[in-house]
Design a protein around this ligand. Structure first.
Ligand code: ARG
Length: 457
């Protein structure tokens, strides 16, 4: 088969080389973006009198026909034509004849591929933002029902202070809120148009880059043609944002797995989101959060891969850059899958408030509050800390919890203790009291949920 670039060659390409250098098996995902870019380009060529208006019409119609066929899955792409750009150009020439060959006037695959990827990532970024919102909505919904559900809060995975379960869930809401903001902010940089940078240096044709930029909905053309075709920082940024987001997803998943274990029994995932064991009949496994946690590796890998790919490349285009796509596609698809599952899984999760409460009643996580009690009565906090440390040690030795000690026992440690200590130690009161801004106090959590809803609407 003759190559679109075959003129200066005397031999056919080695078959292995053809296979090895071809990207059509993955870049066909860019088919629609490629056609969209080509339509903008050809209309501009016509408007600038670089080709004739009847030629524009023919090319445009040809491209639209191919677009329909692509949508129906009615085209065959071939390795001989290397990548999506040349495959579509070949399909166009087959469809409308030699005039199709005028499409590539004043452009190169180098600005073309960069344009396609900008269009692809812009659309996907917006889609991901919506999927993040769905996860956030599930979190708010659950949080709202569990403002007053209390569970142990942990540091070092040791019980620390009791917190509202709604508060705990809302922590993830804000992480996802920042992820969404980062995606939004990245759109500013995704939204520049590389089209018209041509191979690397621009073109002698009197093209109008502003026109194609506008037609494709970009904010402006890249001001430097070398930059436009050489950098992939918009993908790096996407992969960085995605890495941060999958970290959040992974931590949340880890908690769901822990909470669902026999040891915690704080939540139970819906049967529809769990799987069984082929040998152990009793098992109900949290495969989904485990996989979400596991997907982290591939996204970090794609970020590292692209950073490494780019670090030593001289300007401008190098074939190495063809390797920029699969990681990007895989990251988009991995996140789409993760977020789509996370939203309904969270919404359908059963929260075992009794079990959480039971845990809170069997720990020493109200110890800080006794220290605060003494501090309020005038004892320096550091000294109070020491006294309560001794009380905790005593209680552990007596196999008692702090609420079980008698007032006399308390008074043996300090005469400042009075009967009101018991009310202060009640877990509900312990949580409610933390009413500082952004704290776990119920009023604060309600306020936070209100604010979150404003962010969502
Ligand atoms: N398939 C190529 C890629 O994805 C398109 C650009 C090819 N340009 C070139 N000069 N060979 O990078």
């Amino acid at each position: 088969m003759t190559k679109l670039w075959g003129g200066r060659f005397t031999k056919p390409t080695n078959k292995l080389v053809e296979e090895y250098t071809s990207s059509i098996h993955f870049d066909q995902k860019l088919a629609l973006q490629d056609i969209e870019g080509s339509i903008a380009h050809v209309e501009m060529l016509g408007a600038c009198d670089i080709i004739q208006s009847n030629e524009v019409m023919e090319i445009k119609e040809g491209l639209l026909t191919i677009k329909e066929k692509v949508k129906k899955g009615d085209v065959t792409f071939s390795v001989e034509h290397e990548d999506i750009h040349m495959n579509i150009e070949k399909l166009l020439i087959d469809e409308i004849g030699p005039v199709g060959g005028k499409l590539h006037t004043g452009r190169s695959r180098n600005d073309q591929v960069a344009t396609d990827m900008h269009l692809y990532l812009r659309e996907k970024t917006k889609g991901l933002m919506e999927l993040v919102e769905a996860v956030q909505s599930s979190l708010v919904e659950q949080a709202e029902q569990h403002v007053e559900t209390i569970l142990p809060g942990y540091t070092h995975l040791q019980r620390a202070q009791p917190v509202s379960f709604g508060h705990h869930l809302m922590a993830y809401f804000w992480m996802f809120e920042r992820d969404k903001e980062r995606l939004q902010d990245s759109l500013k940089r995704i939204n520049w148009s590389p089209l018209g940078a041509a191979a690397l240096a621009g073109t002698p044709y009197p093209i109008d880059r502003q026109m194609t930029s506008d037609a494709l909905g970009f904010d402006q053309p890249y001001p430097n043609s070398l930059d436009a075709v050489s950098d992939r920082d918009f993908i790096l940024e996407f992969l960085s944002i995605s890495s941060i987001m999958i970290t959040h997803i992974s931590r949340l998943s880890e908690e769901l797995i822990l909470w669902g274990s026999q040891e915690f029994q704080f939540v139970e995932l819906d049967d529809a989101f769990c799987t069984g064991s082929s040998i152990m009949p009793q098992k109900k496994n949290p495969d989904v959060p485990e996989l979400l946690r596991g997907k982290t590796g591939r996204i970090y890998g794609h970020l590292m891969g692209l950073l490494t790919l780019l670090k030593g490349l001289p300007l401008a285009y190098n074939k190495d850059m063809q390797e920029d796509k699969e990681g990007m596609f895989d990251t988009v698809e991995t996140l789409e899958g993760a977020l789509s599952l996370l939203a309904p899984m969270l919404a359908s999760m059963q929260v075992k408030g009794d079990q959480m409460k039971h845990a809170v009643n069997e720990d020493y996580s109200n110890a800080t509050d006794i220290a605060d009690y003494l501090a309020v009565k005038g004892m320096p906090f550091r000294e109070a800390h020491e006294v309560i440390g001794k009380i905790v040690l005593y209680s552990i030795q007596q196999k008692k919890y702090l609420l079980d000690l008698t007032l006399e026992e308390y008074q043996d440690f300090s005469p400042l203790f009075e009967a009101d200590i018991y009310e202060k130690l009640n877990p509900n009161q312990v949580v409610a009291a933390r009413n500082s801004e952004g704290g776990t106090g119920f009023d604060q959590v309600h306020k936070q949920i209100q604010l979150a809803k404003e962010h969502l609407s």
